[in-house]
Design a protein around this ligand. Structure first.
Ligand code: C5P
Length: 397
């Protein structure tokens, strides 16, 4: 599968760079043509001679050769490549990639590359788990960069945890997958995704809402679209950009979201209900701004439609995935909702767990269906989305 493929192998300054030699060998062995770009720190971890010998080409570090002034064109290199694989990718390099910093050849090549880009992060567990690193990785994902997840185990620091660069053979597998059409596994399917908070007007100025950022729903929409599904994202208020290839329908109130979902559910293959929908809305909306008086005031509220439960009744063979955010009796409440709303599975997130819930870029969830439960560790919302879509695909089979 890699025969004749042009791969730029970027190496940054991490102890895991010693594995890049084996990685290069495996790629060349599989028939790929490999050009190596290194940062200057990477040269301290693995020698240019080793990498030049294994890739059968001189390695590139600087913008030009100081001996003869020959220019190393990152633009040409970027055009030449079918894939830019950065392995190992340090926290520093990923941060620069995420913000477009271009202070070395490896980074200018990234900005010039027209091909798919994959990174295999390598760092200490705390650096990897740090919110800044996770944020940068999330941002790279949104930019379409493929992240080859690091493994867990002994780290060079002596600590144990997640951050070890994936093994060379696993990286080659991930590269092969990128070149294969596997990623389009949901071609021909159409899913609705609800996301964000609804806005329930009290008067022309005030409203009732909640803290949902919409990040989880947007991540699910993006993951589905990347696998080739047609996605209609029915979105309450968020500050997020619509993921690439996704059709967004903006709504405000629970009633609007209900109508938008009901209109489209019939012709869809299912829905993932990530939105934080208001359960109650003001019984009447004042035409004019309500004036304050001396005393207290109360607002009469009426129930909104339960969108998920309505779709659950009309589900037929479609897939329906729900969310539960619980603060107590988590498991039993989630299981109750699974049955009541006729979900195929439910994603339970607990506000009690650090790194889970509103606004953040990470989540801690448990996937629960009628037969099983799968507890996932702390991970980015984008990775949670991949697990959700994996489970949907599994149920489709
Ligand atoms: O009952 P609860 O609000 O906890 O259920 C959460 C699940 O139901 C989520 O998937 C949420 O998107 C969905 N839901 C809905 N319409 C509502 C309330 C919740 O679709 N009115």
């Amino acid at each position: 599968m890699l025969k004749g493929k042009h791969i730029i192998l970027g190496i940054t300054g991490s102890i895991a760079a010693y594995k890049s030699a084996v990685l290069c060998r495996l790629l060349v062995g599989a028939g790929a043509e490999v050009r190596v770009v290194m940062t200057s720190l990477a040269k301290e971890f693995i020698t240019p001679l080793t990498m030049a010998t294994l890739s059968q080409h001189p390695i590139l570090v600087d913008f030009f050769n100081p001996e003869n002034g020959e220019w190393n064109s990152h633009v040409k290199l970027g055009e030449w490549a079918d894939l830019y694989l950065i392995a190992p990718a340090t926290a520093n390099t990923m941060a620069k990639m995420a913000t477009g910093v271009a202070d070395n050849l490896l980074l200018t090549t990234y900005l010039s590359a027209r091909c798919p880009v994959a990174v295999a992060p390598a760092m200490d567990l705390d650096m990897y788990a740090h919110v800044a690193t996770q944020r940068n990785m999330e941002s790279l994902r949104r930019d379409g960069v493929h992240i080859i997840e690091p493994g867990s185990g002994f780290l060079a620091s002596g600590l144990q945890g997640k951050g070890r660069m994936a093994e060379p053979a696993d990286i080659v597998k991930a590269v092969e997958e990128l070149f294969s059409e596997k990623k389009k596994s949901l071609e021909g399917k159409h899913y609705l995704v609800t996301a964000g908070a609804t806005i329930e007007a009290i008067d022309p100025v005030r409203f009732i809402s909640n803290h949902s950022s919409g990040k989880m729903g947007y991540a699910v929409a993006e993951a589905l679209a990347q696998r080739g599904a047609r996605v209609t994202l029915i979105s309450g208020r968020t500050a997020l950009d619509c993921p690439k290839g996704v059709e967004r329908v903006d709504v405000l109130s629970a009633e609007d979201m209900y109508n938008a979902c009901c209109e489209r559910f019939e012709e869809s293959d299912g829905a993932v209900m990530c939105a934080a929908v208001a359960d109650y809305t003001p019984a009447t909306v004042a035409d004019q701004k309500l004036k304050k008086g001396d005393g207290d005031m109360s607002i009469a509220l009426k129930r909104t439609h339960d969108i998920a439960a309505t779709l659950g009744q009309r589900k037929g063979n479609r897939l329906l995935v729900g969310f539960a955010m619980e603060t107590e009796n988590e498991q039993s409440n989630a299981e109750g909702k699974l049955k009541r709303k006729n979900f195929d599975f439910i994603v339970l997130n607990s506000l009690r767990r650090e790194g889970a819930g509103f606004r953040g870029d990470t989540n801690v969830v448990t996937l629960i269906d009628a037969e099983s439960r799968e507890e996932l560790p702390l991970m980015s919302k984008r990775d949670v989305a991949e697990h959700i879509v994996d489970k949907m695909e599994h149920l489709l089979k």
